[in-house]
Ligand binder design. Structure first.
Ligand code: PEP
Ligand code: MN
Length: 264
């Protein structure tokens, strides 16, 4: 079902008046993690003012170590839903386990599957009936074929609204956190009809590389971007402050992107 042979036309996912995969660039911005109602409200205001359409933020965080901050949980879903509604933004949040799919789907407009869960098959099956579009991140060691097979689980379960996300893969390079595989963008678009979103934040792990790789992703044909932005990145509650843009950088990037691709 994910293959372009089966479905030659591009899939366009419409949520409210935002169309993903319809030729206009969609920008999702926000913190790695929801930290407080004030934090997510202020960041939502800045995402909207910059011209973004979707507020990102994790309420449940998949952390490499068990003692790291794990997210604020259901409270964070509520805070983010309120901020999104107040500022006129759609919301996207990560769901990590099948048990939490229903509550995440109740509060968020798009469900995000993280790189570490790309092959969590019970979770993928549950997304088939969640009633929300899904952004499926590529596993950091997954091939295109493995990513498309993971998407297939969701599609086969009855949910046609799947976006693929290139978020960087593990290579021998250690200067960057991951290696953003730009070729994945046109390659996945030729193999599949599903929209392809690029994540230059996790794809580089370095703030100064986010802007050039965001622009390169758009030049390569990405249907959208998901970018971390924080009002106080140096004091953010996850380690991802080092890759988060400052609000003025985020706004400047979106202004530049408008020259490359219309943002509606
Ligand atoms: C995130 O978007 O904050 C995240 C945890 O992403 P990934 O699953 O790509 O590491
Ligand atoms: Mn993050």
């Amino acid at each position: 079902l994910a293959s372009r042979d089966f479905h030659p036309e591009n899939t366009v996912i419409q949520i409210g008046d935002v169309k993903i995969g319809g030729g206009e660039l969609v920008v999702m911005g926000g913190p790695c993690a929801v930290e407080s109602a004030e934090q997510i409200d202020e960041i939502a205001r800045l995402v909207k003012a910059a011209g973004g359409q979707v507020l990102r933020g994790g309420a449940f965080k998949p952390r490499t170590g068990p003692y790291s901050f794990q997210g604020v949980g259901v409270e964070g879903l509520i805070m983010m839903a309120e901020a999104g509604k107040k500022h006129g933004l759609l919301t996207i949040t990560e769901v990590m386990t099948p048990e939490y799919v229903d509550i995440c789907a109740e509060y968020a407009d798009i469900l995000q599957i993280g790189t570490r869960n790309m092959q969590n098959f019970d979770l993928l099956r549950k997304l088939g009936t969640c009633g929300r579009p899904v952004l499926l991140k590529r596993g950091f060691s997954a091939t295109y074929d493995e990513l498309l097979n993971a998407a297939e689980y969701i599609l086969a379960g009855g949910n046609p609204d799947v976006m693929l996300c290139e978020r960087g893969i593990r290579t021998f390079e250690s200067y960057t956190r991951n290696t953003l595989d730009l070729a994945a963008i046109p390659a996945l678009q030729s193999l599949s009809h599903l929209p392809v979103i690029s994540d230059p934040s996790h794809g580089t792990g370095r703030r100064e590389l986010v802007e050039p790789m965001a622009k390169a992703s758009v030049a390569a044909g990405a249907d959208g971007l998901i970018i971390e932005m924080h009002t106080d990145p140096d004091n953010s509650m996850t380690g991802d402050g080092v890759q988060s843009l400052f609000p003025d950088q985020f706004a400047g990037l979106l202004r530049d992107l408008e020259q490359l691709s219309p943002i509606v």
